[in-house]
Design a protein around this ligand. Structure first.
Ligand code: UD2
Length: 369
């Protein structure tokens, strides 16, 4: 074979191979198109467009994922000008109280009179322009407690701050008209009642949870959830506010773990073993940010429903579930019994203020009525 022959031979060979290659690719492409078309809901006209888009997607330049731009969060921030703040300097070597515990082992403050400066706290919360929601249930006969409750709240609760009173009731027409200071509103939420007082008490978790999502999240920054058969007797202000707070029950603040009236039946969702738990908290005063109260009320309501399916009712209804919750989700602030007191317990020296007091009630006359 001479040089030319060789070249031509190679050229010929090459063109045959190219022809075969093109034919092969065409066959594969046709089969692919047929398969793609048969597997998809596209018409023959749409299929090439779809393939083009898919190929374009595969070969297009990869996009670098950027974190969301959050600079807007820093815009429009108010320049905060602090007024002069004159007050006694905190003394590192002189704790303000040495007769009570002021801090938990997980660094949550316990709020007692004499341990904080309300002027500093008021300034901090005013700068944040907070609105506080106070939830209270007055179902059936319990509407009789509303007048005193609201009148005393106007005197002592979150003085100088914006407040929404959320009154859950089945008797909206019986909610008394109380004169309110500026920035404070009464919002009546009509809800159903239940025949047993225990059920009413427990269902508060469900209703607080429902309205947190539906309404409170859009209207207030914090929720304070309390009993209605109470009256404010001294200032209850922003010193109580924190992500998640509970209150030491007046009957158990000095008690040992073993005597706490946690639910001790292992079958209940509220069960707390004898070697666990920090404090016994009152069901009648807890709160936090809407997010935290939403989580708490959801968990407690779900636990109550699991018990209900098993025909179990925890010993202190939702208070038992609240106590279980706080064992495993520690409050970020704890209120001393100044915030839920009953004069039947006397007046111990450690109690420098009685801020929120039980109103004596005749159970037989008021419950299930
Ligand atoms: C304790 C707790 C309470 C709850 C209850 C559960 C404190 C101060 N109180 O209160 O929070 O855990 O035990 O056993 O820790 N209610 C109505 N209509 C009714 C019945 C109840 O509106 O017919 C509402 C009302 O807001 C009342 C609350 O539910 O304040 C709790 O009921 P309670 O005050 O009769 O229960 P009590 O005093 O045993």
């Amino acid at each position: 074979m001479n040089k030319d022959q060789g070249t031509r031979g190679w050229v010929k060979d090459c063109s045959t191979r190219r022809t075969l290659h093109v034919m092969g690719c065409t066959v594969v492409l046709c089969f692919s198109l047929g398969y793609f078309w048969s597997m998809s809901n596209y018409t023959w006209q749409e299929t090439p467009v779809k393939i083009f888009n898919t190929v374009r997607k595969i070969y297009s330049k990869p996009q670098i994922l950027r974190p969301p731009n959050r600079t807007h969060l820093l815009e429009n921030l108010l320049e905060i000008e602090l007024p002069r703040m004159i007050y006694a300097k905190p003394q590192v070597l002189k704790p303000p109280r040495n007769d009570v515990l002021m801090m938990t082992p997980w660094f949550a403050p316990i709020v007692w009179e004499g341990t904080y400066n309300l002027d500093i706290l008021n300034e901090q919360f005013r700068q944040r322009n907070v609105t506080v929601g106070l939830t209270v249930f007055a179902i059936k006969k319990y509407v009789v407690f509303l007048k005193t409750f609201l009148e005393t709240a106007e005197m002592y609760f979150m003085v100088g701050h914006k407040v929404n009173y959320y009154i859950f009731t089945d008797r909206p027409q019986e909610v008394p008209k109380v004169e309110l200071k500026e920035g404070r509103n009464v919002v009546v939420l009509q809800v159903q009642n239940y025949s047993r007082w225990q059920e009413i008490s427990m269902r508060r978790m469900e209703m607080i949870n429902h309205f947190s999502k539906k309404q409170f999240i859009n209207e207030v920054d914090y929720l304070v959830c309390v009993d209605v058969d109470m009256r404010f007797n001294d200032l209850v202000g922003v010193e109580i506010l924190s992500n998640l707070f509970g209150t030491l029950h007046p009957g158990f603040y000095g008690a040992e773990r073993q005597s706490f009236t946690y639910e001790r039946h292992p079958a209940s969702q509220a069960y707390v073993p004898h070697d666990e738990g920090d404090f016994y908290y009152a069901g009648g005063f807890f709160g936090g940010t809407i997010k935290e109260v939403y989580k708490l009320s959801k968990k407690c309501h779900e636990a109550i429903m699991v018990d209900k399916d098993k025909r179990i009712e925890a010993i202190w209804q939702e208070e038992s579930h609240l106590n279980k919750y706080f064992v495993y989700h520690k409050p970020t602030k704890i209120l001393s019994p100044e915030y839920v007191w009953d004069d039947n317990m006397g007046r111990p020296e450690i109690l420098r203020k009685r801020r929120f007091l039980a109103v004596p009630k005749n159970h037989a006359a008021i419950r299930n009525k």
